[in-house]
Ligand binder design. Sequence first.
Ligand SMILES: [Zn+2]
Length: 229
Amino acid sequence: MKKSFLTLILLLNSLVAQAHRFNLNMPYNEGIGYGYKNCSPAQEKEIFTAEKGAAIRLNKIIRNWSLASLAEVRHDYVIKEKRVWKNSNPSHMMYLSYWQEMGETFEEMRDKFHEVTFECKTYREKRCQNNEVFAYVLFYFNYAKPVIHICPAFYGKSQESQTGTLLHELSHYSSSTEDLALEWLNGSHVDLRKASKDAYHIENFANEDVSQVLKRMVWNSIWPKARKH
Ligand SMILES: [Zn+2]
């Protein structure tokens, strides 16, 4: 009896200690990860800064996403820049689903960020590919585990590059994105059905404003400039 009581106390203590640890270091904040595994204090500090950067970016993208709706784009881009608008353009339907899916992905990323653990010890050095890879997640049956493995090459990289890396990896976990490496973007032609599933495309939004990325990669090909006569 006494012993089991003691065990209970110890168990409760350790639960409180764990909760305390996560609360103390990382007050629950949408867009900050769950915790760290096998990281040195210096590594934790650097990852934490990168997490905050990614969270700020993510919130900004979500805030600005409504400005990229079909109606807004028509008003602020197509009409203003005298681009060609055809009412029966099949790309409009595709753009609508792209815009909706991307918006959902960014929200899922924000909502599931706190489920992710950062693992600093890379058991499979091969996956870091001689410092060419900054981070990776492992997939099981098309679903990524909630662990972002940080490779040695991640540390010391620019804030922009770290933000891009975290957004890319996070989207694998939260929204099962794939590594399509922008293959849907072919010169002036875009395949929007693939774009919203590409982690490399999510990464594009790390440093530039939503409208800048979309102008360059998407809008430009759907609504070309009117030809001068
Ligand atoms: Zn990837």
